[in-house]
Write a protein that binds this ligand. Structure first.
Ligand code: RUG
Length: 801
């Protein structure tokens, strides 16, 4: 297939006409997109079938990555690239007068995730397939992905997202693999052949129908699977009110929770979690059975990874399956389960650590609750033997306590590996957040610093930089990203640095075009592009960034001799719909942007842009155009961050706190190629223990701070006087939980260092080059290889052949 442009074009034209029922000349871009997508999926199917067969017949160990989020973005160009047919398609389209970029625009972003956690899962799938590793994703096929953000009068407004409106070319519905998941009802037990047998009576069943998507490895013939479950009414409902039952059933896969820190709609969320794990385990076992190996050896052939605590019910569900459906005794089932399951922790924020009230958990999942109770009873007994009389400790470590089920404790007890996502995060888990568990299970804890797929975030999204790199050091870096280090040889090559700056300039022009088309605001591509794109959260401190912009505004206004290199501050962020403070910060950014951009004196030096509806496809345009990467979370709060890695790989210089993976970026690039500031994680944790610091004193004694804070509430923005009162109060009245004022001065200083550094262009591009050269370590290929070797113990497909 696709051996020449001519052959491709003929097949494509035929396909468009067959599918659309129109002549090619009359076909629309959407008809062409549908036809191309179908052709590509079929093309990938050949290797999809052979990969699956090979896994089955070789009996190779496979990993299943269970995640409540997969933030995939668009797949068309990514699949063309990985299948190695991008060139033939691009050339043929040019010959036919079709723009591949325009066709790509028709694909909706698959936004089945909120932010870092979901995007990490998507990067991991790409790395698994590209490394030829037998690993698949299991998730939920939400009808509506993350909401679409509109900015109206400076405020965020959420609209439902409709990625499935025009169908999704990459998915295949597999009705014959559907399974039934029971909820509610009650448990009865009987004695059968001397064994207690449990029956789930009067359960309300939901049918889980899988939709499979091919996950194409980079030019290696491996095609793994992402299986997304859709909730549908059972053919045998017990409900009297059928319409109500249908509505309730479908709601299970209707919405992605637009919130990664707080729990809302608890029952529905817990239902989603059990729906995902129960359907996935049933299908994993079904496929395992095809190998005709006893379940006793399950953990030798299957690894199940739980991405954060959302899929942690995989632990009691696998136990239930082995005990109730397969007749295993507790001890044997426990051993198989714990050896199969591994867990990643992604946060230390206490509000994000899931706990379920028993009053919700028990009636919804009666059998699973009994099993969790038994896990808890046994675990507490073991603790009692080890720490006799230490009630306090046992209460702190219990899985069920204070009428709640603690999901992180269940994950720690029921898995064989617990990993953090950056060195500093793993240390904080071990030493501060979970020291009691670390004492009991020291060998379970390990670190796997996050990574990003360099194929999407450099090769696909920044083709000009990718070509420049390949011309210099050959394209070996695509298969071995650590080879990017060879770029270090070009540090003193002024011609190369010049070319690097030209690539950045072109990417900035492109982003300016997009922004101007959307907002009508003209931007200066020669200004420093200083970018903060990520979810909006108090700990990520977009507020610190905007307060500094207000300070710059004041300086420009106060001092006519003050001048800086022109800077464009760009923000992109969605706030959880119920997160009042975060939404206020969005309004503040937009208000400051208006004030700055409309002031001719100030806008000579600075401009502020808030990009609406930040998402994967927009991110792909943003990272290549960045000069400065804002990674300014309160130290100790950002588990890792992955945006920091995407910026670095595209040659932006990090301006950040010593938090998350920033610390490892610092270690790799060295002090002179990163701008760090602010309190350390130890400082923050120490101050927090002492009950915080005196924010009021910073307000009173730092004139700069007082001025910008007063401007929040004195009508300076001619908004409603109390518009930003909540922000003011969070800093002064509520004692600044995130140390914004404490770090303000240090942030102002480091920002002026950035300004100075940019003046020396040669040195700047050298820094940029070092960042790219050292970014190979942050490829998710490295991360996944570590998971494969140290946690899952899986081997590459090609080793199996
Ligand atoms: O906040 C974390 C990021 O620091 C991290 O890089 C990312 C991937 O590990 O996960 C984010 N995260 C954590 N998203 N949701 C949570 C809590 O459920």
């Amino acid at each position: 297939m696709f051996s020449s442009n001519e052959q491709f074009k003929q097949e494509f034209i035929d396909r468009v006409e067959r599918m659309s029922g129109k002549s090619f000349a009359d076909s629309s871009e959407r008809d062409q997109y549908q036809a191309l997508g179908n052709m590509v999926r079929e093309f990938a199917s050949q290797n999809w079938i052979s990969t699956n067969e090979q896994y089955r017949y070789s009996g190779t160990k496979q990993v299943y990555y269970l995640s409540i989020e997969f933030l995939l973005g668009r797949l068309l160009k990514h699949n063309l690239l990985n299948l190695g047919i991008e060139k033939i398609v691009e050339e043929s389209f040019t010959e036919l007068g079709i723009s591949l970029d325009a066709i790509e625009e028709l694909e909706a972003d698959a936004a089945l995730g909120n932010g870092g956690l979901g995007r990490l899962a998507a990067c991991f799938l790409d790395s698994l397939a590209s490394l030829g590793l037998p690993g698949h994703g299991c998730g939920i096929r939400y009808k509506h992905g993350l909401f679409e953000q509109k900015i109206v009068n400076g405020y965020q407004v959420e609209l439902p997202e409709h990625w499935l409106r025009n169908g999704h070319v990459w998915e295949v519905r597999k009705l014959d693999h559907a399974v039934e998941i029971p909820f509610w009802g009650h448990i009865e037990s009987t004695m059968e052949n001397g064994r207690l047998v449990f029956h789930h009576v009067n359960a309300e069943r939901i049918t889980a129908v899988p939709y499979d998507m091919p996950v194409v490895g980079y030019k290696n013939k491996t095609v793994n699977t992402l299986r997304l479950w859709n909730a549908e009414p059972s053919a045998y409902p017990i409900h009297k009110d059928i319409l109500k039952y249908k509505r309730e059933t479908e709601s299970v896969s209707e919405f992605l929770y637009p919130d990664d820190t707080h729990d809302e709609g608890k029952i529905l969320r817990l239902k989603q979690q059990y729906f995902l794990v129960s359907a996935s385990i049933r299908s994993i076992v079904r496929s395992y059975r095809k190998q005709h190996i006893s379940l006793q050896h399950f953990h030798e052939h299957v690894s199940i990874h739980i991405n954060d605590t959302h899929p942690v019910l995989a632990i009691p569900e696998l136990l239930r399956f082995l005990i109730d459906e397969e007749g295993y005794g507790w001890d044997e089932a426990w051993e198989i389960t714990t050896k199969t399951i591994s867990y990643t922790n992604h946060t230390t924020l206490s509000e994000a650590l899931e706990r379920w009230p028993i009053r919700i958990f028990q009636p919804l999942l009666p059998r699973i609750y009994l099993i969790v109770e038994e896990i808890n009873r046994r675990f507490c007994n073991e603790l009692w033997e080890r720490y006799p009389g230490d009630w306090k400790r046992i209460e702190n470590m219990a899985i069920i306590a204070n009428e709640e089920v603690k999901m992180a404790h269940l994950a720690l007890v029921g898995s064989h590996s617990v990993n953090g996502v950056a060195q500093i995060h793993t240390e904080i888990l071990k030493q501060r957040e979970m020291p009691l568990f670390y004492e009991v299970f020291p060998n379970k804890f390990n670190n796997k610093t996050n990574g990003i797929t360099h194929r999407r975030w450099l090769l696909k999204s920044n083709p000009q930089l990718a070509s420049l790199i390949s011309e210099a050091i050959s394209d070996e870096w695509i298969a071995k990203p650590e080879k990017l280090e060879l770029l270090m040889e070009y540090q003193d090559d002024s011609l190369f640095l010049e070319q690097l700056s030209k690539v950045k300039e072109r990417n900035k022009h492109k982003l300016v075009e997009t922004i101007t088309a959307k907002t009508g605001i003209a931007l200066d591509p020669t200004s420093i592009f200083d970018i903060q794109v990520k979810r909006l959260h108090a700990y990520k401190r977009q507020l610190l960034n905007v307060l500094h912009i207000m300070h710059l505004y004041n300086r420009i206004k106060e001092d006519s001799s003050f001048s800086i290199t022109p800077r464009t501050f760009i923000f992109g962020a969605k706030a959880s719909p119920g997160y009042y403070f975060a939404k206020k910060v969005i309004k503040l950014i937009n208000t400051v942007a208006k004030k700055v951009n409309e002031d001719s004196e100030v806008s000579k030096y600075i401009r502020v842009i808030f990009l609406e509806n930040y998402r994967v496809s927009l991110a792909e345009e943003i990272f290549p155009a960045a000069d400065v990467s804002e990674q300014i979370s309160t130290a100790s709060k950002e588990a890792s961050g992955t945006g920091n890695m995407k910026f670095m790989m595209n040659g932006a210089i990090t301006l950040g706190t010593m938090d998350g993976a920033n610390v490892e970026i610092f270690e790799r690039v060295g002090n002179e190629n990163i701008f760090t500031f602010g309190l350390s994680a130890d400082d923050v944790l120490r101050l927090q223990k002492q009950g915080g610091y005196r924010a009021m004193e910073y307000y009173q004694h730092d004139r700069r701070i007082r001025k910008v804070l007063d401007q929040l509430v004195n009508g300076f923005f001619s908004e409603e006087q109390n518009e930003f009162e909540a922000i003011f109060d969070s800093l002064v009245a509520h004692n600044d939980q995130y140390f914004v004022l404490r770090d303000f001065s240090s942030y102002v200083d480091v920002q002026s260092k950035v300004n100075e550094a940019y003046r020396n262009q040669n040195e700047w591009w050298k820094k940029s080059l070092v960042n790219i050269a050292k970014s190979g370590h942050f490829s998710s290929d490295r991360t996944i290889q570590q998971y494969a070797n140290e946690i899952w113990r899986i081997r590459s497909n090609s080793n199996v052949l």
